[in-house]
Each structure stands twice: as structure tokens, then as C-alpha cells.
Design a protein around this ligand. Structure first.
Ligand SMILES: Nc1ncnc2c1ncn2[C@@H]1O[C@H](COP(=O)(O)OP(=O)(O)OP(=O)(O)O)[C@@H](O)[C@H]1O
Ligand SMILES: [Mg+2]
Length: 366
């Protein structure tokens, strides 16, 4: 039997990317087809290294080749990824950053920083290039959560300009006001100083090539949020909530800010944190300490995906306090909850990039 490349491409043109609704050939996701006797090998280039559809797509490709060419062909698929982007700002701000993702919440203390850190480290573990900005100028968390207290970033002269070099740990490039200023100073800063600090994190920092730049925001809506959307085109926002519906009014306000027509940042989805507690000695029990499914209900209300539900686990808090994010402990069950959230998030960002127009930087006349 002699198999040809065009037969393979023809068969694969019947396989759709389930998220993007187009076939793999049209989407240019097939590369490097090699045929040797009875075996076919090719590279399937996914839209993110954290793609949850990998196995499903692999099986669909094998089936298509078996059905449309010959059922005895041995198929070998290599995976690669090319994270998609939707930027249109002429590449002036962070030209080599593909996606800028804000992590927001209505209320404080719901787990934004925990979610941001584990998302960043988890994406990096899967092979993505990731940056993380701690935009909480008054209450930075990242130095502790990365065990980087007391570290100072380097400054280098690049093309005649002084640039801050982010600190790298766990495969993530990160920057926090906690690395630059004494905390007792930053707490007395007024709005304009806070905004200018955040602008420096974006414009005066050498981020290099990134697939995802995650921004850990302070709670609620305020100057920092406005500065962010005025400084960079935010690809999308992830809203963190507990299941407690008392906090619903705050969430409505936080979501409302991203949705006002002048800002217009898409909501990638909700993540429900502290969803339930399972005592280690009773692994089949779930206690819904803060109510049940509040995040799920909000996601339904706003018609956006629920990206994940993360239980309350002592190791998550300990990981934060010790500077070892829980996703590094890949065997722990809660790391698997985070993993699902991370894959869903990467998938929804790819869908957003395929379907929604680029976000513009906001111009607000004061
Ligand atoms: N799923 C979880 N299980 C156990 N503890 C958690 C979980 N999520 C967060 N925590 C803990 O709750 C506390 C608050 O979390 P975190 O600092 O991430 O919230 P935040 O929304 O960023 O707060 P802030 O509004 O102050 O920025 C931290 O001590 C953190 O370790
Ligand atoms: Mg925080």
C-alpha cells in the first residue's frame, strides 16, 4: 500500500477542532507529515500546551485515517503548540506578549492571588511562556507566595532604555511592588503613584516573549483596574468568587466594570474557590462551608463558563504561605482541581481569540 500526503491531509480535513469548529487542515494545525510504508506520523499543533481536548483530537485523527484511507495504518501523532493571540495595538505595548489575563474579584480574600499564582505556575509546567504581575500595590502577595521575599530585580539597559528584569521562579517571570519598595512606603502612596508603579511594571519591564501574562488585581474596582485597562489591551478577565451568594452584589460590580462599553474586556469565565471541604480522613464527604454552587450560578447568569471549582484544602494555604504553589505537588488531589481549571482557562482563551475581536486599550478622557 502506498499512502500519499494528500490522502492524509484529506482525511484530516474531516477532523474538526471541537472548540474552534473548523477542520485541522484549514486551521493549519497539521505539520511535518512523514510516511514510511504502513505508518504515518505528523505534528498536531494545538492552540495551547494546556489543551484539554488533546486525547479526543488524537483519537479523531486516528479514526479519520483508518476510515478514509486504511484501517491498518499505524498512526503516530506528535503534539506541539502555538498559543494564539488577538492583538491589534500595532505592537507598541508588550509587543511579544500574546495574551494578557486579569484575575479579579468583587470581594477581598476570595483567593485571587492563590488562583493567579497556581494558574501561572501550572501553565508554565505545561510548557507555556508565562509572566505574572502582582498589581496589588497596597497588599502584594507574590513575594511570599513565590518565596522571594527581600529579592530585588535587576535593571538593565536595553536599546538605550533602563528596563526592570522580572524575577524568574518555577518557570514564571514575575514582578511585584514588594520587590521594589518598602511595604510601609507603598501603603501611603496616593492614586497617581500607584498607577505609575503599575504602568512601569508594564512599559519599563523587559517581559520578552510570553504566551500568557497574568495580572493579579486587588479586590473590587478602583484606580489600579482603570490604569490597567488604560495601559494594556486586556485579552480577558477571570473572576474569582466563593460559592457564597452574599458576595454576589460585589461580583456584579466587578463584572460590570469590565463590561461597560468603554472598557469592554471579555470575561473568560468564573472560578469558584473554597467550593467545599473534604476532611482527609473522610475523602468521600463534601462539606459546603460557604454554600453550594454560587460560582456556577453566576456563570450561568452571565452566560460564561465556570472554569473550575477549587475545594478548601489546608495544603493550598500552606503552599501559599511557604512559597510553594500547590500545583507543584502534582500528586495532590487539589492540584488536579487546579489542573482542570488551568486547562479550561487555556481552552477558553483560545476560543476567545478565535471568536471575539481584539480588545482595545481604553482611552478615558479625564
Ligand atoms: N482553596 C483554598 N484552600 C485553602 N486556603 C485557601 C484557598 N484559596 C485561598 N486560600 C487562602 O485564603 C487566603 C486568601 O487567599 P488569597 O490571598 O489568594 O486571596 P485574595 O483574593 O488574593 O486576597 P486579597 O483580596 O487580599 O488580594 C490565603 O491565606 C490563602 O492561602
Ligand atoms: Mg491577592
Amino acid at each position: 500500500m502506498s499512502i500519499t500526503k494528500s490522502q492524509v491531509l484529506n482525511a484530516l480535513s474531516y477532523v474538526n477542532d471541537p472548540d474552534l469548529g473548523k477542520d485541522l487542515v484549514t486551521l493549519k494545525m497539521i505539520e511535518n507529515i512523514q510516511i514510511e510504508g504502513n505508518s504515518v506520523r505528523f505534528l498536531l499543533v494545538l492552540t495551547t500546551p494546556a489543551c484539554p481536548m488533546k486525547e479526543q483530537m488524537k483519537q479523531a485523527c486516528i479514526n479519520a485515517i483508518h476510515h478514509l484511507i486504511d484501517k491498518n495504518i499505524e498512526v503516530q501523532i506528535d503534539f506541539g503548540s502555538q498559543v494564539t493571540s488577538r492583538r491589534q495595538d500595532n505592537g507598541q505595548i508588550l509587543p511579544n506578549v500574546k495574551n494578557i489575563i486579569a484575575i479579579a474579584s468583587g470581594k477581598g480574600g476570595v483567593g485571587k492571588s492563590t488562583v493567579a499564582v497556581n494558574l501561572a505556575v501550572g501553565l508554565a509546567q505545561k510548557g507555556a511562556k508565562v509572566g505574572l504581575i502582582d498589581a496589588d500595590i497596597y497588599g502584594p502577595s507574590i513575594p511570599i507566595m513565590f518565596d522571594l521575599q527581600g529579592q530585588r530585580p535587576q535593571v538593565a539597559e536595553i536599546n538605550g532604555k533602563h528596563k526592570i528584569i522580572p524575577i524568574e521562579k518555577y518557570g514564571v517571570k514575575t514582578l511585584s511592588i514588594g520587590f521594589l519598595a518598602d511595604q510601609t512606603q507603598a501603603v501611603v502612596w496616593r492614586g497617581p503613584m500607584v498607577s505609575s508603579a503599575l504602568r512601569q511594571f508594564v512599559t519599563d519591564t523587559e517581559w520578552g516573549n510570553l504566551d500568557y501574562l497574568i495580572i493579579d488585581l486587588p479586590p473590587g474596582t478602583g484606580d489600579i483596574h482603570l490604569t490597567l485597562v488604560q495601559t494594556v489591551p486586556v485579552t480577558g478577565a477571570i473572576v474569582v468568587t466563593t460559592p457564597q451568594l452574599v458576595s454576589k452584589a460585589d461580583v456584579v460590580k466587578a463584572v460590570g466594570m469590565f463590561q461597560i462599553p468603554q472598557i469592554n474586556v471579555p470575561i473568560i469565565g468564573f472560578v469558584e474557590n473554597m467550593s467545599w471541604f473534604t476532611p482527609p480522613e473522610l475523602p468521600d464527604k463534601k462539606y459546603y462551608l460557604f454554600g453550594k454552587d454560587g460560582g456556577k450560578q453566576l456563570a450561568t447568569l452571565y452566560e460564561v463558563p465556570l472554569l473550575g471549582q477549587i475545594p478548601i484544602v489546608e495544603k493550598v494555604r500552606a503552599g501559599g504561605d511557604e512559597g510553594k504553589p500547590i500545583v507543584l505537588d502534582t500528586q495532590s488531589p487539589v492540584a488536579q482541581s487546579f489542573d482542570q481549571f488551568i486547562q479550561n482557562t487555556a481552552q477558553q482563551i483560545a476560543i476567545r481569540n478565535a471568536n471575539i475581536a481584539p480588545t482595545s486599550k481604553v482611552n478615558i478622557t479625564e
